[in-house]
Design a binder for this molecule. Structure first.
Ligand code: ATP
Ligand code: MG
Length: 431
């Protein structure tokens, strides 16, 4: 047998991409007047996303890097609570939607027809796929519990698509579904999932502003729980209990008599974005598909379910709504597209070897595994600084005649005003 080839050297293709001169996208000042939300304005101006039409966006190289960071954080936390990852189709048979009764009742369902006249749904959610799938594999109570999840584009006919990537007609969601023999088991898992969600919000820099919120749960249980992040851009209004910090979505109660958790009556009203929503589905979807197992006494029982949604694109937009200033985005380090923005500032008269020195710094950082966006473009210092503030990478490293005269490179955090000079040989140690 031939020995297998050495794997390709990691990062080579990426290195080129990290040079800003090779990034085919650019920052722009021209954005459409009907782009009213801050997240869309900043993300489009900085070159993270492009709007194809209302509610439909392309994630450009910078935007995709952020999305992948968010995706990995969510993946780690879902794996931690025993979720297994899979990928389900967008095109879904009409019959499954008729079985659950949602073909005619779900207003925002996109319906498509092929040339033979066959009708299908573009998935806005995936109960109609995962429940019949589970039926093929779950044979005994011993196969339970289990939980499966995916990252998948969802399609919803949103009429109010005016909030940038907070409300897409096509948008990326993580949806996890859990399957249980009894309610106690579902309750335990539901608590675990709630904790996992808070870990995610902590890791992406939103924990301080995100509240577990009681919301309507549809017909199958009294409440569902939303994770609501407070910001002016929010389309929802929540009442935050000042005693226990749980919240209630205004849609469920016009007047709030007391907190369902601690019975407190002191509330603060805030605008908020629903970043996640978890439900105890009970038998709402397992019943129509007759998803049952025999328990240890040989009795037939209908499996009970939970579902746990989290919109990645909405989360990314929420991060921008929370983390920006008048100059641009201020990404939390965990989701920033790069850790370092290296700016090469050349002056005409200089005889210093700025090109060579900055190339060397760039490769030293790369070799150390630091993610660097290298602004190697022929552009003015002012333009580079403004772009850098707009793009919002956590650390800015400037190499210029001035910095070299002062003994090295200038380093500044995006969220601080003070900069410092660091010797070139000490720079890599900072990351
Ligand atoms: P909304 O009330 O904001 O329309 P929803 O309650 O219909 O949302 P869910 O069905 O609970 O949404 O979806 C789960 C998660 O998917 C939401 O908590 C949100 O993070 C995300 N999400 C829902 N709709 C959109 C959308 N149009 N664009 C982006 N993300 C969305
Ligand atoms: Mg919801």
């Amino acid at each position: 047998m031939k020995p297998c080839k050495a794997p390709p050297r990691r990062g080579r293709a990426f290195k080129k991409l990290m040079r800003q001169s090779k990034l085919f996208t650019k920052t722009t000042k021209n954005i459409s007047k009907d782009e009213v939300s801050i997240n869309a304005q900043l993300l489009i101006r900085a070159g993270f996303v492009d709007k194809l039409m209302a509610g439909v966006y392309t994630f450009l190289p910078l935007g995709l890097r952020v999305m992948k960071k968010i995706e990995n954080i969510i993946r780690e936390e879902m794996n931690e609570i025993g979720g297994v990852e899979m990928f389900m189709p967008t095109l879904q048979p009409k019959e499954n939607w008729e079985k659950t009764g949602r073909w005619n009742t779900m207003d925002d369902l996109y319906k498509v027809k092929d040339s033979s006249g066959k009708e299908m749904a573009l998935g806005p959610t995936h109960e109609e796929v995962i429940v019949p799938l589970a039926k093929k594999f779950v044979q005994s109570y011993k196969d339970l519990p289990f939980a499966a999840y995916q990252f998948q584009n969802k399609f919803r006919m949103e009429l109010r698509a005016k909030s940038g990537i907070l409300r897409g007609r096509e948008f990326l969601m993580k949806d996890l579904y859990s399957f249980h023999l009894n309610e106690k088991d579902l309750d335990e898992y539901y608590k675990k999932a709630t904790n996992a969600y808070f870990k995610i919000f902590e890791r992406v820099g939103l924990k301080e502003k995100t509240y577990l919120t009681f919301a309507s749960g549809g017909s199958f249980s009294k409440y569902s729980h939303e994770f609501q992040t407070t910001t002016e851009a929010g389309e929802d209004i929540i009442y935050i209990c000042q005693k226990c910090k749980l919240a209630i979505n205004k849609e469920i109660k016009a007047e709030v008599p007391e907190c369902p958790e601690c019975k407190g009556t002191d509330f603060k009203e805030e605008k908020a974005i629903e970043v996640g929503n978890i439900f105890k589905l009970m038998t709402r979807y397992s019943s129509p598909f007759d998803l049952t197992v025999k328990d240890d006494k040989g009795e037939n029982i209908t499996i009970i379910m939970g579902c746990y949604g989290l919109g990645l694109s909405r989360l990314m937009g929420t991060i921008v709504e929370v983390w920006h200033d008048e100059k641009g985005i201020v990404w939390p380090e965990s989701v920033a597209p790069f850790a370092v923005h290296l700016l090469k500032i050349k002056s005409q008269k200089s005889n210093l070897k700025i090109d060579e020195i900055s190339d060397e710094i760039y490769s030293t950082l790369i070799k150390k595994g630091v993610e660097v966006l290298f602004d190697d473009r022929e552009a003015s210092a002012g333009e580079k600084f403004a772009d850098s503030d707009l793009i919002g990478i956590p650390y800015r490293v400037i190499i210029s005649e001035k910095s070299l005269e002062k003994g090295g490179v200038e380093i500044k955090k995006r969220n601080e005003t003070e900069s410092q000079i660091v010797k070139i040989e000490d720079l890599a140690k900072m990351f």
